[in-house]
Design a protein around this ligand. Structure first.
Ligand SMILES: Nc1ncnc2c1ncn2[C@@H]1O[C@H](COP(=O)(O)OP(=O)(O)O)[C@@H](O)[C@H]1O
Ligand SMILES: O=C(CO)[C@@H](O)[C@H](O)COP(=O)(O)O
Length: 470
């Protein structure tokens, strides 16, 4: 019988639930399971519970686990009634119907600067506060039934505790709270005035737990830690060094790095989130990332491996072909109703190789803007750590360094949101002042090429201006 302590981390993200079990001392991943979520931008939380249940019943994954924490997709609006029943499907981070509400809230408070001063971010459709305004305006009967609002990771944490008698109250953490639009990482407090402005009244909000606090214990005595947002979890799962910036290519594309102070960005490119350790996590997020590649592959009738090969056979710059990848609208830049644009097509560059390369370059160039926004805000960018499902793409790995103008390292493939949640669980279980020291192993590294790719990035910037006036 192994004498090592096992801890579990859950990644309840947009497309699936992943459960990762780690050695609490070393961080070695010993088990991983997963189960899919339905597609869409609104989902009943019961689907997350069903996926969690399915993943937790695979291969005895949770056998012997002493602590668990949940990392979840950020911002989702889980509206509960007096009996903690879900009032309506949760609007997710990638739902854009509250875009008008976001614009109204921004104007009402006095513009972007007022919101950045208040809660470190500029309202866009992703953020919970805008979804509450939408609910109040478009579904007043549902709005009237709302007693409390929690986030996806809060809800799953509570549901796990409710399996026994360990549930005492709804909880959240600084990281996920900072993505609501009514909690400030600068003051570590809720701004219920902004909640009331959005929703018309104040509703109950989850208690914000400290980074190593426990939310409770299961009937079997397993410690359930605070949990956090998925990007905060990933940051905790990666042992980052000064100068490291993470680019995560899942359903969303995100650029983030732990920082010792809040970044104030009125452009809205960088949101001033909190991390899962008591620090800050400035973050840029795009709505379009991995699924730009799968959509392009599907359109071309090829699999992802073939898309990779074609993209790498294409020249830098795809022969002048550009794909502005706003296939689901876009969050950054704030273009919720945008669609994709294929530009520069000619008879001579109309090749599968150029189209595949344009999909990779277009998706990455949107994230280059996030890396450059961090640079513009004083963040040192010395290397990019690539994670998320599309980090498995050889084309992405090889094309990224030239566009980011930074070397790219790919950590040993793992579900780093789940690893980070497991590290939080181990930290809460230990009661130590610092998180356990888990080493990060690298799978591969990609240097900045000699060929200058700045003209590709500039071309995308010019196209964004031409097509969308940004
Ligand atoms: N080799 C690959 N090349 C490109 N995309 C990939 C590859 N493997 C997985 N993906 C994509 O990664 C995505 C899932 O990544 P993940 O980080 O789990 O997403 P999320 O956390 O948002 O649910 C899917 O859209 C899938 O198509
Ligand atoms: O909205 C954000 C970050 O602000 C997204 O990163 C969501 O948290 C969804 O994450 P993934 O499902 O893409 O991991």
């Amino acid at each position: 019988m192994s004498d090592r302590t096992l801890v579990a981390g859950v990644d309840s993200s947009t497309q699936s639930t992943k459960i990762v079990v780690c050695d609490a001392e070393t961080g070695e991943v010993v088990r991983t399971t997963r189960a899919p979520h339905p597609d869409g931008t609104e989902v009943h939380p019961d689907r997350w519970w069903e996926a969690y249940t399915a993943a937790s019943q695979q291969d005895g994954v949770l056998d012997g686990v002493e602590a668990i924490a949940v990392g979840g997709q950020q911002h989702g609006m889980v509206a509960l009634d007096e009996d903690d029943e879900v009032v309506r499907d949760a609007l997710l981070w990638n739902d854009t119907r509250s875009a008008d509400a976001a614009a109204d809230l921004t104007a009402e408070l006095g513009g972007v600067g007022a919101w950045v001063d208040a809660v470190g971010l500029v309202p866009v459709a992703s953020f919970t506060v805008t979804k509450l305004r939408w609910l109040a305006e478009h579904e007043p009967e549902n709005a009237a039934r709302v007693a409390r609002v929690v986030l996806p990771h809060d809800w799953l944490t509570g549901r796990i505790l409710q399996q026994g008698n360990g549930f005492e109250r709804w909880t959240t953490d600084r990281g996920d709270a900072s993505g609501t639009g009514y909690w400030s990482a600068a003051t570590d407090g809720y701004r219920t005035d902004l909640l009331e402005r959005a929703f018309g009244r104040v509703v109950e909000l989850p208690e914000v737990l400290a980074p190593t606090a426990a939310a409770g214990r299961t009937a079997d005595g397993v410690l359930v830690a605070a949990g956090t947002g998925d990007n905060m979890g990933a940051a905790l799962g990666l042992t980052l060094e000064p100068g490291d910036v993470v680019v995560s290519l899942g359903t969303s594309g995100t650029v983030f790095t732990p920082h010792d102070k809040a970044i104030r960005d009125e452009s809205g490119a960088i949101a001033g989130f909190a991390d899962a350790t008591g620090n800050h996590l400035p973050l840029m997020c795009t709505l379009n990332a991995a699924r730009v590649l799968s959509a392009t592959a599907s359109m071309m009738g090829v699999d992802l491996a073939t898309l990779d090969r074609l993209a790498l056979e294409g020249p830098v710059g795809a022969g002048g072909l550009s794909l502005l990848p706003y296939l689901d609208g876009e969050r950054t830049p704030d273009l919720p109703h945008a669609t994709g644009t294929l530009s520069g097509l000619t008879r001579s560059n109309a090749t599968p190789e150029n189209l595949a390369r344009a999909a990779v370059e277009g998706m990455l160039c949107n994230l280059v803007a996030g890396v450059d926004a961090l640079r513009d805000n004083g963040v040192r960018v010395e290397r990019v750590l690539l994670i998320g499902g599309a980090a498995a793409s050889r084309a992405v790995r090889e094309i990224a360094p030239g566009l980011f103008r930074a070397p790219v390292v790919v950590p040993t493939p793992a579900e780093y949101v789940g690893v980070g949640a497991a590290r939080q669980a181990a930290w809460a279980l230990s009661g130590a002042s610092d998180a356990p020291s888990w080493s990060l192993t690298l799978d591969s590294e990609y240097a900045v090429p000699e060929q200058d790719c700045s003209d590709v990035v500039a071309r995308y910037g010019a196209l964004l201006h031409t097509v969308h006036g940004r």
